[in-house]
Design a protein around this ligand. Structure first.
Ligand SMILES: [Zn+2]
Length: 171
């Protein structure tokens, strides 16, 4: 498992003070699976996933935050040259989000095999951890519906137009 310090620095303004980055992976810049224009970095912290579009930093939609609570499943696909991590995320817009692949899952492609393995292992571990956590505030989840802020990960009512914590527009 590796953490790339330059990715951590790029995400500095997004990270919470007590948040710890555990794994970082980066899409290849060129070549099969990798994209030249959007070498996306993914940071798995102890609290959430941060998808960083480094090509667009400073421009709209330059990052997304996905709390582990929102992740339904993760799977890994090893190719000959590169690997992809597919994550199924509740309420994620697979047509417009940074992980868009036009299908039902978000896709982080163009990863080297080791990075893809490390990322999917880590997310799976977090999913297991949260499964074993006692049910508390989660109880209200099935009722009115919620939407998670893509900027800070805060849970908001589905009807909200702006995040109650950071004020970002909600999809
Ligand atoms: Zn927010």
């Amino acid at each position: 498992m590796g953490v790339n310090q330059s990715d951590v620095n790029a995400a500095k303004s997004i990270l919470w003070p007590d948040e710890k980055v555990e794994v970082t992976v980066r899409q290849r810049r060129v070549g099969p699976g990798g994209s030249v224009t959007t070498p996306t970095s993914v940071l798995a912290t102890d609290k959430r996933l941060i998808i960083l579009n480094r090509a667009n930093l400073g421009i709209r939609q330059d990052y997304e935050v996905i709390p582990y609570k929102q992740v339904a499943s993760v799977r890994l696909e090893h190719g000959i040259i590169s690997s992809s991590v597919f994550i199924r995320v509740q309420g994620y817009d697979v047509d417009r989000g940074l992980l868009k692949n036009g299908k039902q899952e978000g896709e982080i492609d163009g990863l080297n095999n080791k990075d893809a393995q490390a990322l999917s292992d880590y997310i799976n571990k977090k999913l297991e951890d949260s499964d074993s956590m006692p049910e508390g505030e989660e109880m209200d989840n099935g009722v009115g519906g919620f939407t998670y802020c893509t900027k800070c990960g805060t849970k908001n009512p589905a009807s909200a137009k702006f995040c109650s914590k950071c004020g970002s527009p909600l999809r």
